[in-house]
Design a protein around this ligand. Structure first.
Ligand code: LLP
Length: 432
């Protein structure tokens, strides 16, 4: 699960030639560390697929919205999938091209739609008839035409955690096919709307090809239906969702997925003598997930009184820093930064927990390893939905984030928050 940019030297874990312990020393712990090479290689796995089909690989900003990471990916040619005005503002601030932005999301506000139109985003992925009508009317009032795709809900099981499965009819996302058809008819006749494509995203952390292929089949059959009505699309957005290896999963590689999907679309277009539409994708996790680690130190050990009791290692990171274990029961590999146990280290099966006042505040359970107070460990596969889902719960300042460049230069993307940051938007009203 560790990309080759993370490697061992002198029994110590390094990122791009820089020891993680030295980064911890400079920036303190907890700290998020990302590898430029790992991000670039993962992105290239999607973008450099050899296909005759025009591609737009978007980075799903929600996975890690750090401005530095957006800038890095913009420089590599990525487009961006966004779900809020804030994410669009991040893309613009980091120099991303709004023409290569797709705006997803089930509940965009009028203010967000207006901002997206003002900024001329490439496409707005609409998820309800209400939103479609609202967008069309708004665009008309602004003297514009809104570029739209409708997100269809193909009712395909992505076989992933229920919280991140989005393509089943019981999920709130997209429109079932009959309603989607109705939406296209409306869009076709509305002078404020310009149909550009169709969109589908069935979930996240998907670890096999089958759900992607099944969803794509449904999308292509739907595109045929639209063609019968004289509605021609210039792009097909097949979403994101490719999983990564956290533990023992064996997902398809980015290039295997891209080969399979582009072949499927090419075959479909060939049998219908249709021009090849542009294919758009929205990957987040598979671009940054394994490119990042959360480095944290053992604050103290609380071994159980008896052999059958839990042994707790209380870390200086907590659920507010890495929420995935608490929220999804997610498994992240825990890697001591040195293979040499420290003096006095205690070998046991440890529950690594944070200091937050909730029993749900755990990061890993039952991990056999030798630990001593002060030891540094890395939580692997934390580049996606790690820092992004962080909070200040228990008034804990959020940790810094650093990017290690391919040349070993360490860049600070975000400094550690201070107490002043915690209270920045607050006031004590006069007289209280
Ligand atoms: N496009 C849309 C419309 C999405 O909703 C998502 C993710 C993506 C693209 C990117 O999916 P990815 O390629 O990253 O799988 N917090 C959860 C993951 C939530 C995913 C939400 N939507 C986690 O930590 O596992």
């Amino acid at each position: 699960m560790l990309p080759s940019a993370f490697h061992w030297r002198d029994q110590a874990l390094h990122c791009e030639g820089v020891s993680l312990a030295s980064i911890a020393q400079t920036y303190g712990t907890p700290v998020y560390v990302y590898s430029e090479t790992a991000i670039a290689q993962a992105y290239a796995g999607f973008a450099s697929v050899d296909s005759s089909i025009p591609l737009q690989v978007c980075y799903a900003v929600k996975a890690n919205p750090s401005l530095g990471i957006i800038r890095l990916l913009a420089g590599l040619g990525a487009g961006f999938d966004i779900v809020s005005q804030g994410e669009l503002q991040r893309v613009l601030t980091a120099g991303g091209n709004p023409a290569r932005v797709v705006f997803s999301g089930v509940g965009k506000t009028e203010e967000e739609l207006r901002f997206a139109l003002e900024q001329s985003v490439g496409c707005i992925n609409v998820e309800s008839l209400h939103e479609l009508q609202q967008l069309g009317d708004l665009a008309l009032a602004m003297g514009l035409t809104a570029p739209v795709s409708v997100r269809i809900n193909p009712d395909i099981d992505a076989q992933t955690h229920p919280y991140i499965s989005t393509g089943l009819k019981e999920n709130k996302f997209g429109l079932a096919l009959p309603q989607a058809l109705e939406a296209y008819r409306l869009a076709h006749s509305h002078p404020g709307l310009r149909i550009t494509g169709v969109d589908c995203h069935i979930g996240s952390q998907i670890t096999s090809l089958a759900p992607f292929l099944a969803a794509t089949d449904r999308v292509l059959a739907f595109v045929d239906c639209l063609a019968e009505e004289g509605i021609v699309l210039s792009h097909i957005d097949l979403g994101g969702g490719l999983g990564i290896c956290y533990h023992d999963e064996n997902p398809p590689t980015p290039s295997a997925l891209m080969q399979a999907l582009t072949n499927q679309v090419r075959q479909w277009a060939g049998t219908r003598a249709r021009p090849l539409p542009k294919l758009v994708f929205e990957f987040g996790r598979a671009i940054v997930g394994n490119a990042g680690l959360l480095v944290t130190a053992v604050t103290l050990l609380k071994p159980g009184a008896q052999a059958s009791d839990h042994n707790f290692a209380v870390m200086d990171a907590a659920m507010n820093d890495l929420m995935r274990p608490s929220l999804y029961g997610a498994w992240h590999a825990v890697i001591p930064l040195s293979t040499r146990p420290s003096a006095g280290a205690c070998q046991a099966a440890w529950d690594l927990v944070g200091p937050i006042c909730e029993s749900g505040d755990w990061l890993a359970k039952d991990r056999p390893m030798a630990l001593a107070p002060g030891d540094l460990v890395a939580f692997a596969s934390a580049g996606a939905y790690g820092s992004a889902m962080g909070s200040q719960y228990n008034s804990r300042p959020r940790p810094p984030e650093v990017l290690v460049r391919a040349n070993g230069q360490v860049l600070l993307l975000r400094r550690r928050e201070r107490f002043e940051d915690l209270i920045l938007t607050e006031q004590i009203p006069a007289g209280l």
